[in-house]
Design a protein around this ligand. Structure first.
Ligand code: SAM
Length: 195
């Protein structure tokens, strides 16, 4: 009887932790993003983590760059950035007027976020010779679960088409993955070559 009670509490704890992790995005960083960041072998001054969640990638960026901004629309995430070198900026990235107009960064990182109406504005955040690291879900992911809304799923070649000729494609991928769980992922690592 006692064992069963303990087991129930343990299960409840695991469940709550997993929900919190999923809500705030503070699970382990993406291995692909880690590898792309590590491949940049010259000094980076500024970087931004777009729709950062709790900052699992912002902190990786902070290992590379002295000026890192994490942007997210959820003000409750501020607490995750206290006592870190990352500056948290609470912005609604989906309001009609692009809220980051005029800003540029050496690295722009986006993970698990898509808002098509501002995709080109977001790409415009990449400064001269700067990098875009983008990884999110792709069309077909609905076979595996959420996100399944086409508004949140990139189409094949969509990122490549959106960056256009001003970028050199360093790595790209669109397809099924099994790790960390089965999904359709779209990935682009590109460097701006024209200002
Ligand atoms: C799936 S989470 C991804 C978090 C993080 N990039 C990661 O991979 O761990 C999506 C994030 O987008 C943010 N978001 C959603 N709508 C937003 C908006 N209109 N403006 C800014 N951030 C938004 C959410 O608050 C959430 O943190």
């Amino acid at each position: 009887m006692l064992d069963r009670g303990i087991y129930r509490w343990w299960f409840f704890g695991v469940l709550v932790t997993s929900v919190i992790n999923n809500v705030h995005g503070n699970s382990a960083p993406s291995e692909w993003i880690k590898a792309k960041l590590e491949s940049i072998n010259h000094p980076i001054s500024s970087a931004v983590d777009i729709a950062s969640g709790a900052g699992r990638h912002s902190l990786l960026l902070a290992d590379k760059a002295p000026n890192v901004t994490a942007v997210d629309g959820n003000p409750e995430l501020f607490k995750y950035f206290e006592n870190t070198p990352v500056r948290f900026q609470c912005l609604d990235l989906e309001k009609e007027d692009w809220p980051m107009s005029g800003d540029t960064f050496d690295v722009v990182l986006v993970s698990n976020y898509l808002y098509r109406p501002h995709l080109r504005s977001l790409i415009g955040l990449v400064g001269p010779n700067g990098y875009l690291i983008y990884e999110t879900f792709g069309v077909g992911n609905e076979r595996f679960g959420k996100p399944s809304n086409p508004h949140f799923l990139l189409r094949p070649e969509e990122l490549e088409g959106s960056v256009g000729n001003g970028f050199m494609i360093l790595d790209e991928f669109f397809g099924e993955v099994t790790n960390p769980h089965p999904a359709v992922r779209a990935r682009l690592f590109a460097q701006r070559v024209e200002s």
